[in-house]
Design a protein around this ligand. Structure first.
Ligand SMILES: Nc1ncnc2c1ncn2[C@@H]1O[C@H](COP(=O)(O)OP(=O)(O)OP(=O)(O)O)[C@@H](O)[C@H]1O
Ligand SMILES: [Mg+2]
Length: 324
């Protein structure tokens, strides 16, 4: 294979609001004084990038588009090169936002300091969206899934995902959405094929607290009734696992008893697993098994990475399902 050969992605992940996750470990940190750090780590992250990272680990041909600040794009570019992810990002002047976690292992405290990303005018946002729509169009021949993950950057129109869904559907692609708040509300109006809210996000969308699994499944059924394009809703519930809800069935996938190294990106890994299952045309129980195995496999690792395919298959075989 020629290394320069352009790959043909079957999945395009949209990362409008990526971030560099920076962790700095300072034992006994004192505010307002000079502190000595023991360890620092920077990872390219953000939900869209995490989903692409897990799909690439599973051997799926995947591309990422979204907005990267030129000044610190190197970490993302290195990840994309290592995992053979096609880089279709739009570059902006300035920095991609950096989210810093100051971890104090002595006090068991974490302090978060989150920077804003590049600031854009309304015209700048419209230009970026046009560029991203052009990426969808350029890759339309090979793409079967568009994945829209995470929040919109501040100031972006709430119907941004809706515009992308319409374009993807016009090219015959299917669309997975994992977002919350007004962006989820607007996306639902455009009829995505699959959504993966967590229980709080689904409850917030419907304006009520969802406590039991029965209430949660009934809430998802309401959305399926209201939106004919939706074929599957996966509601993740952290350590309670996830509900996989179609018009015909409700499957509860119990979580696997893994020792979580880091809970960052468990939901993103689950999104990747659901899309991977669709590419393999798996039935609902096998989709629930694979998605849960992706989440568990990621939990065993520090960043948004999966263990090797054999371990993922092993985990999938251990997933317990209940029909509700
Ligand atoms: N503590 C845990 N133990 C085992 N499995 C877990 C645990 N937490 C999460 N999972 C697995 O990961 C899946 C997704 O987790 P969760 O519901 O927390 O996603 P989320 O809220 O969307 O997270 P994210 O912050 O990544 O968006 C769960 O359905 C479950 O299978
Ligand atoms: Mg989530």
């Amino acid at each position: 294979m020629k290394l320069s050969a352009k790959r043909s992605p079957s999945v395009l992940c949209v990362a409008l609001n990526p971030a560099i996750d920076q962790t700095i470990e300072v034992a006994g940190m004192r505010v307002g004084e000079v502190n000595r750090a023991q360890r620092a780590q920077q990872d390219a992250g953000g939900k869209g990038v995490n989903v692409a990272s897990c799909l690439a680990d599973h051997g799926v041909e995947v591309a990422v588009t979204g907005l990267l600040g030129r000044a610190n794009a190197g970490l993302f570019e290195a990840l994309f090169t290592t995992k053979q992810i096609s880089n279709e990002c739009v570059y902006l002047d300035g920095l991609t936002r950096i989210n810093t976690k100051l971890v104090d292992p002595q006090k068991g405290e974490t302090t978060d300091i989150n920077l804003p990303g590049p600031q854009l005018s309304a015209a700048g946002m419209a230009d970026c969206l046009r560029d991203i729509l052009a990426v969808v169009e350029r890759n339309a021949a090979s793409l079967s899934w568009l994945v829209l993950s995470g929040s919109l950057p501040p100031g972006w129109p709430a119907d941004t995902y809706a515009t992308l869904i319409q374009q993807a559907h016009a090219y015959g692609m299917r669309v997975m959405v994992d977002t919350s708040g007004p962006a989820l509300g607007a996306a639902l109006l455009a009829g995505p094929d699959i959504i993966k809210p967590n229980r709080d996000e689904l409850g917030a969308h419907l304006g009520r607290r969802l406590v039991t699994q029965e209430e949660t499944a009934a809430a998802a059924r309401e959305l399926l009734d209201a939106q004919p394009m939706l074929s599957l809703i996966v509601v993740s519930m952290g350590h309670e696992g996830a509900l996989f809800i179609t018009r015909e069935a409700v499957v509860h996938a119990h979580p696997l008893p893994v020792k979580p190294l880091s809970s960052v990106g468990a939901g993103d890994a689950m999104v990747a697993g659901i899309v991977a299952a669709q590419l393999e045309a798996l039935n609902l129980p096998d989709c629930a098994r694979l998605a849960t195995a992706f989440a568990a496999g990621k939990l065993e690792r520090l960043g948004a990475h999966l263990p090797d395919a054999r371990r993922v298959r092993e985990l999938a075989l251990q997933v317990q399902l209940d029909n509700k």
